[in-house]
Structures are given as structure tokens and as C-alpha cells.
Ligand binder design. Structure first.
Ligand SMILES: *Cc1c(COP(=O)(O)O)cnc(C)c1O
Length: 385
């Protein structure tokens, strides 16, 4: 891939087909997929309902400008809002864009209610919110900022999980607090149960919006439709993307009615946002997750995987909820473990230098879960002696 810019550290594997939780390379070798396009292929590969929906819509109409009505967009929005506290949706094509929309919406809303000084966005250490300048500035990890300065003004950072520190930093200047309920790219960091409710309270007290970045955790991944549900917290704005399209690029920013009203025609846009094919895919994904009980399935298989991983000598800690799991290693050998697992026919991702992420399709069977864990554990034992 010499003529492609070198922005990724790629693994030496070229999958060309997929079926369920399995990928095949050009030689026909099979791999059990515990990565799922980084929590994206929620229905696995080649799911008939998803394939049918995409084919069918592609034959009818691939693209329609947002200058016109897009009925499928309304259908997805209705499905997303019918079971939540949100009642308006902005559609885009990725997680970073969902975060970008949320930041713009929060600032416009705050300036209308609190004046121009109320513009600060508070985020947390080790967070990940995407690679656009808004998302990048919100990402409180200096490694991601290196060489790209200056970042945007008006952001502040508090230590993740530390409610006392956040208390000091949320004030009248705060337009919004942007948080991942469970941090994904940091290595699946699950905060104490009191953290998110505490942040909600700080926001209420200072008139700041709570924006939940559920780009990775949303759409059933953690064994609840949204990770916020685990904590009984209702955010004002919700960002989703990865799992929503089952592999097609679609992101969304959801907001409560009073907040959504801050956007008026012309304020924000996306040429491809909420296109008919992506929306048809999202509808299929939401339908299948609902009809096949995949949220409960994610919870069940996730618990099974965590159980199977627990108590192994080579595993320091297992973190996560549902099918978003990280295995903490004794040493900085995550890359070597992922390579050994690949050679043994299981795809996992070295989310940090010393931890492995497991985020399989939500359709993973118990049998596949056990088989994959066995391979991963034996690779850890082999590599981390
Ligand atoms: C992946 C991710 C993003 C960025 O999504 P892209 O689609 O890559 O732009 C933002 N926030 C979180 C929490 C993510 O996991």
C-alpha cells in the first residue's frame, strides 16, 4: 500500500470476505473476529438483513442531497428518539463529526443562554473524541496533539474518574462537559459508579450541558443500548457512530428539544450526512438488534468472556462491560500478543501497549467466545512469560 499515506500501523492481513464473526483472507484462511472493525460490525459480516437492505436501497437511490427530504433519515431518527430522552437528530458520517456537531451545538446553546463567556468545553484525560480539530482538541492526550498545534481555544481537561477535580473545573464558563461513559481508546476504562451521576449533577448546578460520547459504547455494545443507561444518567447530547451502520459510515448527534433548538437552518450541515443507503443500513441494524435481542446477548456473552478470562495467571486485570472488554497484561507486549493471536486465527487489537481489546460482533455465539478466549489466553501465556 505504498501510495496510501502512512497514517496507520497496519497488520499483515488482507481480509476479503466475511461471514458472521469470521473473516477470510485471499488464501481462504479463517479468522475469528474479536475486533469487528473496532466495534463497528455490530451484526458481524455478511448479515443477510443488512446486505439486503443495502442492496435494495442502492438499486433505488444511493445519494440524495439534504436540500430535499430524505424519508429514511426520518425513520432512523424516529427509531433513535422513540426510546430515549432525545427528540432531534443531526446525521453525519463518523464519530468525529458527531462530536464536532455536539461541540458546535453546545457552544451555540450556551451563548444564547449564558453569553459569549460561557463557551468552555471540559473533557477528561486519556479521552478520545476523534481526529478533526474539535475532536482532537477535546482528546486530552498530548501524544495526539504533538506537531499539530495550536489546538482550538476554550477547552479544559480534568482527570477522568476524579469527581472532586471536576467539581473545581466546572463553573459559569462551562458550556458543556464532554465525556465517554466508558473510555474506549484509553484501554476500556470503566469509572466508579458514582462518577457519571456526579458529573451530571455538576452540569445541572452550573447550567452546562452533558455530552456523552458513545461513539464506541453506544448501540448495544456494552450490554445496554447506551452505556449511560448503566449509570441511570440522561445526557443532554449524545454522540453515536461506530456500531450504528453495521460497517457503513453513519454518525449522529442527538439532543433534547430545548438544546436542539439552538441549531437553525444554515448552522450546520453535511453533504453525505444521513444518506439513503447508510440510513437503510442503520434501520436494518437497529431492527436486528431489537428483534434478535442482541443487547442482552452482548451482556451475556460479555460476562461469559470476562468469566473465562478471570483468574488466569497471566492476566492482571479484565475490564469492561458487555462486549467492550480489555485484558491488562503484565508487560508492554500487547502488539506481540495480537500478532500471536492472528497467527493462531483470532483477531484482537492492542488498544494500548500493555492491554488487548476484545470487541466482537454482537452476534458472537457462546461457542465462538470460548474458542476465541482460549486462543487469546494461550497467546498471552506464550508471550508474557
Ligand atoms: C472512534 C471514536 C471516535 C471517532 O470516530 P471516527 O468515526 O473515527 O471519526 C470518537 N469518539 C470515540 C469515543 C471513539 O471511540
Amino acid at each position: 500500500m505504498k501510495s496510501v499515506m502512512e497514517t496507520y500501523k497496519r497488520t499483515d492481513l488482507a481480509p476479503v470476505r466475511g461471514h458472521g464473526s469470521w473473516l477470510l483472507d485471499e488464501r481462504g484462511e479463517r479468522y475469528l473476529d474479536f475486533v469487528a472493525g473496532i466495534a463497528t460490525n455490530s451484526l458481524g459480516h455478511g448479515h443477510p438483513a443488512l446486505v439486503e437492505a443495502i442492496k435494495d436501497q442502492a438499486e433505488k437511490l444511493v445519494h440524495c442531497s439534504n436540500l430535499y427530504e430524505v424519508p429514511l433519515q426520518a425513520e432512523v431518527a424516529d427509531m433513535l428518539t422513540s426510546s430515549t430522552d432525545f427528540d432531534r437528530v443531526f446525521f453525519c458520517n463518523s464519530g468525529a463529526e458527531a462530536v464536532e456537531a455536539a461541540i458546535k451545538l453546545a457552544r451555540k446553546h450556551a451563548q444564547e443562554s449564558g453569553g459569549p463567556e460561557k463557551h468552555e468545553i471540559l473533557t477528561f484525560t486519556k479521552s478520545f473524541h476523534g481526529r478533526t480539530y474539535g475532536g482532537l482538541t477535546a482528546t486530552a492526550q498530548t501524544a495526539y496533539h504533538q506537531g499539530f498545534g495550536p489546538m482550538l481555544p476554550g477547552f479544559a481537561y480534568a482527570p477522568f474518574g476524579d469527581l472532586e477535580a471536576a467539581k473545581e473545573m466546572v463553573g459559569p464558563q462551562t458550556a458543556a462537559v464532554l465525556v465517554e461513559p466508558i473510555q474506549g481508546e484509553a484501554g476500556v476504562i470503566v469509572p466508579d459508579d458514582g462518577f457519571l451521576p456526579g458529573v451530571r449533577e455538576l452540569c445541572d448546578r452550573s447550567g452546562a450541558l452533558l455530552i456523552a460520547d458513545e461513539v464506541q459504547t453506544g448501540i448495544g455494545r456494552t450490554g445496554a443500548w447506551f452505556a449511560c443507561n448503566h449509570y441511570g444518567v440522561a445526557p443532554d447530547v449524545l454522540c453515536i457512530a461506530k456500531g450504528l451502520g453495521g460497517g457503513l459510515p453513519i454518525g449522529a448527534c442527538l439532543a433534547r428539544p430545548s438544546v436542539a433548538a439552538a441549531f437553525v437552518p444554515g448552522d450546520h450541515a453535511s453533504t453525505f450526512g444521513g444518506g439513503p443507503v447508510q440510513c437503510a443500513a442503520a434501520l436494518a441494524v437497529l431492527d436486528v438488534i431489537e428483534d434478535d435481542g442482541l443487547v442482552a446477548r452482548a451482556r451475556h456473552v460479555g460476562e461469559l468472556i470476562m468469566q473465562e478470562l478471570g483468574g488466569r495467571r497471566s492476566v492482571v486485570e479484565v475490564r469492561g462491560r458487555g462486549l467492550l472488554i480489555a485484558v491488562q497484561l503484565r508487560s508492554d507486549d500487547a502488539r506481540a500478543v495480537a500478532e500471536a493471536a492472528l497467527a493462531a486465527g483470532v483477531l484482537v487489537n492492542d488498544v494500548t501497549s500493555d492491554s488487548i481489546r476484545i470487541c466482537p460482533p454482537l452476534v458472537l455465539t457462546d461457542e465462538e467466545a470460548r474458542r476465541g478466549v482460549e486462543v487469546v489466553v494461550s497467546c498471552i501465556e506464550e508471550v508474557c512469560t
